[in-house]
Design a protein around this ligand. Sequence first.
Ligand SMILES: *[C@@H]1O[C@H](CO)[C@@H](O)[C@H](O)[C@H]1NC(C)=O
Ligand SMILES: *[C@@H]1O[C@H](CO)[C@@H](O)[C@H](O)[C@H]1NC(C)=O
Ligand SMILES: *[C@@H]1O[C@H](CO)[C@@H](O)[C@H](O)[C@H]1NC(C)=O
Ligand SMILES: *[C@@H]1O[C@H](CO)[C@@H](O)[C@H](O)[C@H]1NC(C)=O
Ligand SMILES: *[C@@H]1O[C@H](CO)[C@@H](O)[C@H](O)[C@H]1NC(C)=O
Length: 390
Amino acid sequence: MVNPIIPILSFFFFVAFHPSPVYAIYNVVRLGAMPDGKTDSTQAFLSAWAAACSSVSPAMIYVPPGRYSLKQATFGGNCKNTDIMIRIDGTLVAPSDYTVLGSAGTWIRFEGVSGVTVNGGTLDGQGSALWACKAVSKGCPAGATTLTIVNSKNIVINGLSSVNSQMFHIVINGCENVFIQGVMVTASANSPNTDGIHVQLSTGITIMSSGIKTGDDCISIGPGTTNLWIEHVACGPGHGISIGSLAKDLEEEGVQNVTVKTAIFNGTQNGLRIKSWGRDSRGFVKDVLFTNIVMKNVYNPIIIDQNYCPRRENCPDQVSGVKISNVTYKDIQGTSATQVALKFDCSPKNPCEGIRLDDVKLTYLNQTAQSSCTNASGVAYGLVDPTSCF
Ligand SMILES: *[C@@H]1O[C@H](CO)[C@@H](O)[C@H](O)[C@H]1NC(C)=O
Ligand SMILES: *[C@@H]1O[C@H](CO)[C@@H](O)[C@H](O)[C@H]1NC(C)=O
Ligand SMILES: *[C@@H]1O[C@H](CO)[C@@H](O)[C@H](O)[C@H]1NC(C)=O
Ligand SMILES: *[C@@H]1O[C@H](CO)[C@@H](O)[C@H](O)[C@H]1NC(C)=O
Ligand SMILES: *[C@@H]1O[C@H](CO)[C@@H](O)[C@H](O)[C@H]1NC(C)=O
């Protein structure tokens, strides 16, 4: 028998003799930031970053409790440091006047960095005035993504909250090895283009134990995403987890090896969606696994839509070039808010292949739901209800 004390003791010795690195601490308040929610503190944050970035030993940027007003800020610049911890005990607030960020595209941006950890904190995009503008006028600025991480690697985002982003909440673009955990995204159900987490042109991204309530996709997965792992996510309100929109461009990188495991969708427009414009493209989607999913009153629980062409602009009567293959739906249960719970509307030029349904049970008003297939082939295993249409 293994003595249970030994692993416990060795844990204590590990903790005692492997202390976390000693960080040089840069406190933004000491560098001039004001926790009053009004005074522009951008320069203090940039100073803290410059100091941490140019140091060769582990550095911590510390943001004490309070509200800090920040304008557009880019943290980048060929750092010497590959161990920068940003510990946020407060809230960073975007300018309340949405014309300040206007169409800057990004609010807080990390570019070309390696070895950065963000621990805790709240990012308040103050987007509601811009959403209200967009609801009544076409002349509003586009707004800004709250947190953008671009061309970076070895990033951890842990325990961060993002509320009321003007546009997307978090964008991961051109990155490698990003670990997102315990993130909470909150925006109103009718806020436009407020996707929770968007990933594209990136590999080795993990999204764990996160909750997303927003007005657009909870997680959107763009071209060039490979080795993406999503686990323990709650979505709703929102538009679901979506691979796409793809086929925006003819030359487009594919999406490969995506896993979504243990997720709940509550009252969302979609659950698990793959979507491409009805346009020619060399893109593809393959090797996708959706497993252990609960749907609660979801409008399109399982949907592949390859004939997306809103307002018939830029794509009328075209077919999607995107090839979708090897997509598995395993252990999916719950309720659909519409009669068609399974919909595979694939490309007439490039039919979907290798779709697997394995233990799927979705009901509509306590009755049997329906499935619909166009240009899709695959197999069904175990109990599949509604009956598959392959
Ligand atoms: C698929 O991605 C996961 C991470 O999400 C990774 O562990 C695994 O090795 C990848 N599989 C292949 C075949 O690359
Ligand atoms: C689903 O959303 C409704 C309405 O927002 C809420 O009352 C309910 O508690 C949620 N259910 C779950 C399981 O999260
Ligand atoms: C299908 O995708 C799964 C990942 O979901 C992968 O493990 C498997 O190897 C793929 N099958 C083929 C035939 O490529
Ligand atoms: C796609 O489906 C349509 C309608 O069922 C059918 O006429 C067409 O032959 C299919 N395309 C391919 C490539 O199988
Ligand atoms: C479905 O059935 C359950 C239990 O049998 C019942 O409580 C519920 O009201 C029914 N829902 C609808 C929409 O009929």
